[in-house]
Design a protein. Structure first.
Length: 421
């Protein structure tokens, strides 16, 4: 029943909703930069040029090998930016104070010249740099990675702004309906109470909901007990299935090596360090020599003086000819056989499918359960990548009569001896 207070509550909620609603509307409109074109075609064309020539060193909103580029036309004129992109060394040689300072800040790293880019290319490039891949501020605050995934509307479906508006309108309509229903009930109650009713009916009309009576009723007690029992049983069964499963295991490592920094921010390919992953059973953990390819030069982060204590540990290992004692994270029991090359090179499965978002991890954690059920489930569901693989041609012909796709289970992926010695 609607008392006065609940009506006030509803109209309060309604005004908060209205405020939220207009804030959402407001946030989807951002100020336009008058300087460079912001049409979708220009941005798309610019992105192609960017990916082909600049991506290996630059990101839009984050420092990489070179500076974050967005806002360059605020920091400098368009003419300056164009000249710098065409031939940065010429601008630096001309004694331009900003350019020389920047060059020094980036440890005299030479940005290649791009004389071959046309004026049109450069205009598109600047459109992409200023307007491309805008990051949703809420997602950016939550630490979501910027870049290709954030391209507006790229995924198809209803864009986020519209979804928010539609939801807002729906909530608004629902609240209106509630208010109207409440008013109707009030009017009707008032009306009936004024009628000359038998005592019994009068009691019924003006009765209040008695919550404590409902809570003590048998039905509620039975339902609550059943829920509690089901919950305890489920936890117990899950717990038993979890014995020996190391999902989430993330031991501390002897050196604070970060995949988020190396594989994420600097985008070093997994295979550069895990050299065995496409050719053999084991992925391999890199030896200190591979680290030294870069760390002979890189002795500290962010251009700090001296040698970082963590990097010093690599030098100690090399000087003393001692291997770095990394703690193993993933480990199948000896009775099981797993081969990386078969899955990565032949099966074409991404590392992340099994290992999770390694490129975001400061410390590696085991992402999957690594149980037999996990292997089998995937073998039941995954189709085999047969295209361009002559080894499978005969099989594909034989399988053509079946209406189901060729799955790993069809080539013996459920046979005990395939996975057990
Ligand atoms: C090999 C790496 C590399 C590539 C490729 C590269 N840059 Fe750069 N860029 C740099 C570095 C390093 C700097 C810092 C200045 C310096 O060291 O010369 C820089 C500076 C800049 C600046 C000045 C930024 C500022 O904040 O003032 C702009 C603009 C720029 N680059 C645009 C581009 C564009 C556009 C492309 C592609 C057409 C590109 N760069 C390709 C490395 C690169
Ligand atoms: C610069 C070298 C380097 C790169 C690049 C690199 N890793 Fe690693 N990786 C290591 C080192 C060193 C370890 C061992 C220390 C640790 O666990 O952090 C390791 C450990 C791992 C482990 C855990 C191994 C275990 O003990 O079970 C996985 C899984 C892994 N890397 C996957 C990846 C993936 C996927 C990528 C690409 C997205 C990648 N790595 C890129 C050097 C690298
Ligand atoms: C392809 C080049 C490359 C390789 C190979 C490489 N690193 Fe790095 N490493 C970097 C870069 C770049 C940085 C960050 C420097 C910066 O931010 O100024 C870095 C930073 C680090 C840091 C951070 C130091 C600190 O004080 O925070 C550690 C630790 C490190 N690397 C360890 C390793 C280890 C261990 C290996 C070998 C398994 C390795 N790196 C292989 C390029 C590399
Ligand atoms: C189909 C799932 C799957 C895929 C795909 C996969 N891994 Fe693994 N990885 C595993 C399993 C399972 C283990 C544990 C193997 C063991 O203990 O014998 C493992 C172990 C590792 C290890 C520890 C060292 C070793 O070889 O045992 C590294 C490093 C590693 N993976 C890196 C990678 C990288 C890099 C990729 C992508 C190029 C990748 N993995 C793709 C399932 C996978
Ligand atoms: C993400 C999916 C996925 C997971 C998880 C997975 N596999 Fe596979 N596995 C595949 C695919 C795909 C192939 C087929 C590759 C090919 O084309 O030969 C395959 C093939 C195999 C084969 C060869 C089968 C044959 O008949 O030739 C073995 C053995 C195997 N996997 C073992 C394992 C083991 C052991 C695990 C668990 C530790 C595992 N796999 C987990 C996808 C997976
Ligand atoms: C796709 C690969 C795969 C296939 C096929 C497979 N297994 Fe397994 N099996 C595994 C893996 C991986 C483990 C280890 C799981 C773990 O450590 O939790 C395992 C574990 C087991 C264990 C438990 C051993 C222990 O110590 O707990 C038994 C028993 C077993 N498998 C029997 C079989 C039998 C019987 C078949 C054939 C019907 C079979 N497996 C087929 C991958 C496979």
């Amino acid at each position: 029943m609607f008392s006065k207070r609940s009506l006030v509550g509803i109209s309060l909620n309604f005004s908060t909703l209205a405020v939220l609603f207009f804030m959402l509307l407001g946030s989807s409109v951002y100020a336009a930069d008058p300087a460079v074109a912001s049409s979708d075609e220009a941005i798309a064309a610019g992105k192609t040029v960017f990916n082909a020539n600049c991506k290996q060193c630059h990101k839009l909103d984050q420092k990489n090998v070179g500076p974050a580029l967005r806002g360059i036309t605020d920091r400098q004129s368009i003419a300056w930016a164009t000249k710098f992109i065409r031939n940065s060394q010429a601008v630096i040689a001309s004694g331009d104070a900003y350019a020389t300072a920047l060059y020094k800040e980036y440890n005299n790293t030479v940005m290649p010249s791009h004389e071959f880019l046309s004026d049109g290319d450069l205009n598109n490039l600047l459109s992409y740099i200023e307007h491309g891949d805008k990051v949703d501020p809420a997602a950016a605050a939550a630490g979501a990675p910027a870049g290709d995934q954030a391209a507006p509307g790229a995924g198809g479906g209803i864009p986020n702004e519209y979804l928010a508006i539609i939801l807002g309108v729906l909530v608004f309509v629902l609240v209106l309906i509630l208010i109207v229903l409440g008013l109707i009930i009030r009017v009707l109650t008032n009306y009936i109470q004024k009628q000359d009713l038998p005592e019994e009916d009068k009691e019924f009309v003006s009765q209040k909901t008695n919550f404590s009576k409902i809570l003590k009723s048998d039905a509620v007690i039975i339902i609550v007990t059943a829920l509690v029992v089901a919950f305890v049983a489920k936890s117990a069964i899950d717990g038993l299935y979890g014995v020996g499963v190391q999902q989430g295991y993330a031991p501390a490592q002897p050196i604070a090596f970060s995949h988020a920094l190396h594989a994420g921010q600097y985008e070093i390919a997994c295979q550069y360090c895990h050299t065995g992953v496409e050719i053999g059973k084991s992925a391999n953990i890199p030896s200190a020599n591979i680290c030294m390819n870069c760390h002979t030069h890189i002795q500290n982060v962010g251009g700090k003086e001296g040698v970082s204590p963590e990097i010093q540990k690599i030098y100690n290992a090399v000087d003393n000819n001692q291997p770095i004692e990394w703690v193993r994270v993933h480990n199948l029991p000896d009775l099981a056989y797993f081969n990386h090359a078969q899955h990565v090179a032949v099966g074409g499965i991404e590392c992340q499918t099994c290992h999770g978002p390694i490129q975001e991890m400061e410390v590696v954690a085991q992402h999957s359960t690594l149980t037999m059920g996990w292997c089998i489930d995937c073998h039941r569901q995954t189709e085999i990548a047969t295209e361009g693989n002559a080894y499978y041609d005969k099989l594909v012909q034989l399988h053509a009569s079946s209406k189901d796709a060729l799955k790993v289970k069809d080539i013996g992926g459920l046979e005990c001896a395939k996975c057990h010695y």
